[in-house]
Design a protein around this ligand. Structure first.
Ligand code: NDP
Length: 450
């Protein structure tokens, strides 16, 4: 027989799926949070009575728009643009823009939903949102990317602002894209404001913002390992992806004395048994950020193995940090990682592990750091960038890094507070979900029926 909590969750999910059909990632993200927080809200029924769950799962506003742009052949191409403004209880909507052909409304709703909890955990006054387009920057010239970004911002500008909604980067949106979009916003609005984060250092950006998500994920890993009197030093690490988060996670692991064995992209992964050192990482950064090449070229250059159309999870290592995309670790991967002696999984990406994989980690008492806690460093430094822009000041690298480290420590503390179970196992997923929920839910109650 099903328990009362199971019946409640099933019925809530049935309604949610009816209202939001064909959005499996959004359903997955909501179910995960419900499973984590249900016991807590059962003890605090005023959250149910005040409709907090229904409100949290309905976006405050969603904007969907046409993005027409001209390619280098003079042909007009049409993409679809989105901005999901999920929740502004504790601050302006904040969350990245993703440019990738797989982008659709369901993916952005899952990301925006996750962002609300993540931003709450950072301790900063940030609401949650997410946006993007099914535009694929891969294989496009700089001019094509610029024309797309200008067209995208020509519609988006009217919905965002430094006190309303402050987007940042995500998959496919790095410094180049933020620059083109910022330029267009400034031109249309005739004002220089901190409307986007991840900006260049010369025009309002924060030092450490490019590094922040990857560094933060590694700081969080170190915090988790410390609870078991372990550290990253001399540990082997599997990293997936080779974009922004993967690159700086690799850099921080190297700095802390660990050895990164793998990197990947959507075509396959490389395995470097000697470890990716600083010189090889510089090669990857140039390859990915300037040449816009494929990770396979690393294998050709350094004479290591390349595995086409495979993910790195079959390799043996102490730690895994998935930094590519959602659902990249399934239950088979999880079983293999555990069998191979992996003691810690940190989500650099958003929702990279399937629910069945997460269950495996938790049942086996592995250290498992969910994305909304572990990768919150990026949005945290975005929050610091917003503060610097408002005050027209800039902090040093040391200042920002120190604040980032201290925020990751606080997030870890929140996870301990809400996630430590009888017997001492720390369920970071419950900790992050409940910790993120309480602040937003209490604020929504304070603000009335909003
Ligand atoms: P980038 O675009 O810089 O890099 C993404 C990397 O992941 C690339 O190597 C890309 O390979 C690979 N990848 C993307 N989609 C897929 C796919 N479907 N299958 C396999 N590989 C894929 O993005 P980021 O590094 O910024 O983002 C990575 C993850 O981290 C995302 O989940 C993002 O939401 C999350 N994140 C990012 C933050 C940030 O500050 N940037 C903040 C918090 C979370 P290829 O080049 O072949 O597409």
């Amino acid at each position: 027989m099903k328990s009362a909590s199971q019946l409640f969750i099933d019925s809530f999910m049935e309604n949610l799926i009816k209202k939001n059909p064909s959005e499996p990632e959004f359903h997955q993200a909501v179910r995960e949070v419900l499973l984590s927080i249900y016991e807590y809200i059962e003890d605090n029924p005023h959250y149910i009575d005040s409709g907090i769950l229904e409100r949290l799962t309905e976006a405050e506003r969603i904007i969907i728009f046409r993005v027409p742009w001209m390619n280098d052949l003079g042909k007009i191409v049409v993409n679809r643009g989105f901005r999901v403004e999920m929740n502004s209880a504790i601050g302006p909507y904040k969350g990245g823009l993703r440019f990738h052909p797989t982008v659709n409304l369901g993916i952005l709703k899952f990301l925006a939903f996750e962002q609300v909890f993540k931003n709450s955990l950072t301790t900063l006054p940030l609401g949650g949102g997410k946006g993007g387009s099914d535009f694929d920057p891969k294989g496009k010239s700089d001019n094509e990317v610029m024309r797309f970004c200008q067209s995208f911002m020509t519609e988006l500008y009217r919905h965002i602002g430094p006190n309303t909604d402050v987007p940042a980067g995500d998959i496919g949106v790095g410094g180049r894209e933020i620059g083109y979009m910022f330029g267009q916003y400034k031109r249309i609005k005739n004002e220089f404001t901190g409307v986007l984060t991840g900006k260049g250092i010369n025009w309002g950006g924060s030092v450490i913002r490019p590094e922040a998500t990857g560094y933060g994920a590694v700081y969080f890993t170190e915090e988790m390992l410390n609870t078991r009197h372990e550290s990253i030093k001399n540990k082997t690490v599997l990293i997936s992806g080779s974009g922004n988060v993967a690159q700086y996670a690799t850099q921080k692991v190297i700095q802390l004395g660990g050895k990164v064995l793998t990197l990947s992209d959507s075509n396959g992964y490389i395995l470097d048994p000697d470890g990716i050192d600083t010189e090889k990482l510089n090669y990857v950064m140039n390859l990915k950020n300037q040449q816009r090449g494929r990770i396979k070229e690393y294998a050709d250059t350094y004479g290591v193995q390349y595995f086409e159309n495979k993910t790195p999870w079959q390799e043996k290592a102490d730690i895994a940090i998935p930094c590519a995309t959602q659902n990249e670790i399934d239950v088979n991967d999880a079983e293999t990682l555990i069998k191979n002696g992996c003691i810690c999984i940190t989500e650099g990406a958003n929702m990279p592990c399937t629910p069945e994989a997460i269950n495996q980690f938790i049942e086996n008492k592995i250290l498992y750091g969910p994305g909304k806690a572990a990768n919150a460093g990026g949005v945290a430094v975005s929050g610091l960038e917003m503060s610097q822009d408002s005050m027209r000041i800039s902090w040093t690298r040391e200042d920002v890094d120190k604040q980032l480290k201290s925020i990751m420590k606080e997030i870890h503390q929140t996870c301990l507070k809400y996630g430590t179970k009888v017997g001492g196992y720390i369920n970071y997923m419950d900790g992050a979900n409940i910790g993120g929920f309480v602040k937003v839910a209490d604020t929504m109650i304070d603000q009335g029926a909003v």
